[in-house]
Design a protein around this ligand. Structure first.
Ligand code: ZN
Length: 191
């Protein structure tokens, strides 16, 4: 029988990695970071990754996740697989909100400072075919809000979409958060 040896995980440098001939770089806990780093690193069509080794890239991803488990764009909570490889939440929610490693400025490479974590759904939005699915999801969400929501919710959705449609096309995509908030609050029914 082959003897099982033990090495330290190269990413967290804390957990043990059991091996027989050659240790893997990552423990089970760090595997999601390692997999993301490795797939970006190996994808030739992707932007440059300015880290010395895939291990350093994975370490940086772990650092980012340990520091802040929310989406940089939306503030949504980000999910990662459990240590035993099982899902932390229902599959469809996981698919939308699993952490995705992105560049803040897409003209710049993956470097510390330009590497961010966001919900996978924003990745999907970048791709045209999948964008349709995303829009469908949003429509489903609004429809559901409509069917179960109170009159106030219904009124908000109608008033907001009406106002947005009235806006000139060039203005629509450039609404700031404050302007959107104003559109919503200005159209609330009187208490
Ligand atoms: Zn580890």
């Amino acid at each position: 029988m082959s003897k099982i040896k033990i090495a330290k995980c190269r990413i967290c440098n804390a957990n043990d990695v059991e091996y027989i001939t050659k240790p893997s770089f990552s423990c089970n806990e760090c595997l999601p970071y390692w997999n993301r780093a490795d797939s970006i690193w190996s994808n030739k069509r992707r932007a440059d990754v300015f880290f010395i080794h895939r291990v350093h890239f994975a370490r940086h991803i772990k650092e980012l996740y340990d520091k802040d488990k929310t989406c940089k764009y939306s503030g949504f909570m980000l999910y990662k697989l459990n240590i035993d490889g099982t899902l932390p939440i229902e599959q469809w929610i996981y698919d939308l909100f699993k952490f995705s490693v992105e560049r803040y400025d897409s003209d710049k490479p993956y470097v510390p400072g330009n590497t961010i974590l966001c919900a996978n759904v924003f990745n999907l939005m970048k791709n045209n075919t999948e964008k349709d699915n995303f829009i469908r999801l949003v429509i489903n969400l609004l429809e559901h809000q409509y069917s179960v929501g109170d009159e106030n919710t219904k009124y908000r959705i109608e008033a907001f979409s009406e106002k947005v449609i009235q806006l000139k096309e060039e203005k629509r995509g450039k609404l700031t958060e404050a302007e959107m908030e104003k559109l919503i609050t200005d159209n609330l029914p009187d208490e």
